[in-house]
Design a protein. Structure first.
Length: 208
């Protein structure tokens, strides 16, 4: 695939976006962030992107008179910025099926657990870590997966485990999981840049 021309979607502070940007700057990821979009005008990720000279935009369904106009605006904005690959970095909205179809197998998300466990609607952020601790798990982790039309359902591309330690709270566990997220996301995107990810139905194969 070569250099990835990324469009990043973020709803919050954007720590995964920053980790990806740093990996690019340090030469660990062969990519360029063409734009950053958010549904949240107050997202910290927007400020960071603007500071780095990355084009930004607010795309929220409530801004448009119809769903069709919203989807058209998203597709137009992605095309306008030359986006070839979409990265969800703490994006709290569902990507429209039309966009997923247009970017088939080129939309990825990162989830703070080992999917298919602790995934699905409403399972994000501290909710995931609280559920892991309540269930008494000894191991949790991080999953990078392709995005389809269901929450946290697409093919798994990469996973890494994180041990649950005695006395962990949702906050301490979240901190350790997030450090792994920052590492594994850029590494996984580099696999796409090297054209090493092959999708076979529900399975992904990493070529050596």
């Amino acid at each position: 695939m070569g250099k990835l021309h990324l469009g990043v979607f973020a709803s919050g502070r954007g720590s995964n976006f920053v980790a990806i940007f740093q990996a690019i700057r340090e030469g660990r990821l062969n990519a360029e962030i063409r734009c950053l979009f958010s549904n949240n005008p107050e997202a910290g990720a927007l400020s960071i992107a603007k500071e780095q000279g990355i084009p930004t935009g607010i795309i929220c369904k409530s801004m448009y008179e119809s769903r069709e106009l919203f989807v058209d605006a998203m597709l137009h904005s992605l095309k306008e910025h030359g986006v070839e690959f979409i990265v969800l970095a703490g994006y709290m909205k569902k990507i429209p099926p039309e966009v997923i179809s247009a970017y088939r197998n080129r939309v990825v998300n990162i989830h703070p657990a080992l999917l298919p466990s602790f995934g699905g609607k409403g399972m994000y952020g501290h909710h995931v870590h609280e559920a892991v601790l309540e269930y008494g798990c000894k191991v949790t982790g991080v999953t990078v997966h392709l995005v389809d039309n269901e929450y946290d359902h697409g093919s798994v591309v990469a996973q890494q485990y994180v041990l649950v330690e005695e006395g962990d709270t949702a906050e301490t566990l979240a901190d350790r999981v997030l450090r792994v997220e920052h590492q594994i996301y850029a590494e996984t995107l580099q696999l796409f840049a090297e054209d090493r990810v092959e999708v076979r139905g529900r399975r992904t194969i990493i070529r050596r």
